[in-house]
Design a binder for this molecule. Structure first.
Ligand code: KG4
Ligand code: ZN
Length: 344
């Protein structure tokens, strides 16, 4: 089955052709990120305007790189939400128009379900369930228990900022560009992780939820104290970046480990979403899961937003739910993942 997928929920415009939910024939990603380096975050109207300009060229390029024509496409998939409403509308309008013009079935995919399926891309084997998945990006942070690709429930979610947002806001405080995750990782690579002390959030054992806003405030105070001593952030950048990165990752990895205490039957642990690109996070999670299999997307381009993961998710939905997966959908900037995982 050849799927053409479109993803445009934030600042990326992406189109991809994927065979049988696994084999990526093309995965074109146009990003307007450089336009937002100075603002410290995405400006929604500006992102949508750029997506209108590049949507058609990106789809054309995805078909041409995959060397397939529209007649070979079996199904069209698109991110239906959540995300920025203008950006989502650009993608879903393009997908609806193509599906109608070409007479193809259309599947609307929840963005996080796309991230969940990103570990399947280029995978030669079937993952084993039940699995715990940590999905952490700039827009969400969820800990999930799944018994199949698109079936399961949410164990914990963030009560304030998302993990990626903690990196992005932390980077802005440290004078580093957006997106903050890669910048903090790069500067923290040579730093000492225990040079600055940060709290472990929500640490009384009563919840599997996350909270990152306190870490951001702690970073603000650490910078204030530093400056009161007559020092600058630049002088201690590797140490403060490494310590802050460790604090965010330690909170995420601790939740994975705690959840395994409640669910020892879990066979695999997956980490997905933009933050799963983080090398320190991967090693902390690996250290806490015993002999279980750890999976993360095989390429960095599958960690951050991309259309190939939307194709992979659409394929699993189609396999698990058949024609029902192609039901009409509404585009929504705040769709709940729980509803998708429980709908089986
Ligand atoms: O999944 P994604 O591309 O977009 C959303 O759905 O939000 O995730 C983007 C987020 C940004 O907040 C970025 O700072 C973070 O992922 N990120 C990272 C790394 N690469 C991207 N965070 C930590 N370490 C990284 N290497
Ligand atoms: Zn995402």
């Amino acid at each position: 089955m050849l799927i053409l997928a479109i993803e445009s929920s934030c600042d990326e415009t992406s189109a991809s052709v994927v065979r049988d939910g696994r084999s990526v024939l093309s995965n074109v990603i146009a990003t307007s990120r450089s336009a937002f380096e100075k603002s410290g975050g995405v400006i929604p109207e500006e992102a949508a305007r750029r997506q209108v300009e590049c949507m058609v060229p990106v789809i054309r390029q995805a078909l041409s790189e995959a060397n397939v024509g529209k007649e070979q496409i079996d199904l069209i998939a698109v991110t239906k939400g959540p995300g920025l409403s203008g950006s989502l509308l650009v993608g879903t309008t393009a997908a609806r128009a193509l599906a109608s013009l070409w007479g193809k079935p259309l599947i609307g995919v929840h963005h996080t379900l796309g991230h969940l399926a990103s570990t399947l891309l280029e995978l030669g084997e079937e993952p084993a369930f039940p699995a715990i998945t940590l999905s952490a990006s700039g827009g969400h942070t969820d800990l999930l228990y799944r018994t199949a690709h698109a079936r399961g429930f949410v164990l914990g979610t963030t009560r304030d900022d998302a993990a990626g947002e903690a990196f992005d806001k932390g980077a802005a405080l440290l004078g580093l560009p957006y997106p903050g995750g890669p910048a903090i990782q790069e500067h923290g690579a040579k730093g000492k992780r225990d040079a600055f002390r940060f709290p472990l959030p929500l640490n009384d054992g009563s919840t599997l939820d996350f909270s990152f806003s306190g870490l951001k405030t702690a970073l603000k105070y650490a910078i204030r104290d530093l400056e009161a001593e007559g020092k600058t952030v630049a002088e201690v950048l590797p140490d403060i970046a490494a310590s802050y990165e460790h604090a965010v990752c330690r909170h995420l990895a601790a939740r994975v480990e705690e959840s395994l205490g409640f669910h020892p039957e879990v066979r695999e642990v997956h980490i997905v979403g933009g933050v799963s690109a983080n090398v320190h996070l991967r090693s902390l999670v690996q250290a806490g899961i015993g002999a279980r299999v750890l999976r993360f997307p095989v390429r960095l381009s599958y960690c951050t937003d991309n259309a190939a993961m939307i194709a992979a998710a659409a394929y699993t939905l189609y396999c698990e739910r058949g024609e029902r997966a192609c039901s009409p959908f509404t585009t929504g900037c705040s769709l709940r993942l729980e509803d998708v995982l429980a709908a089986h």
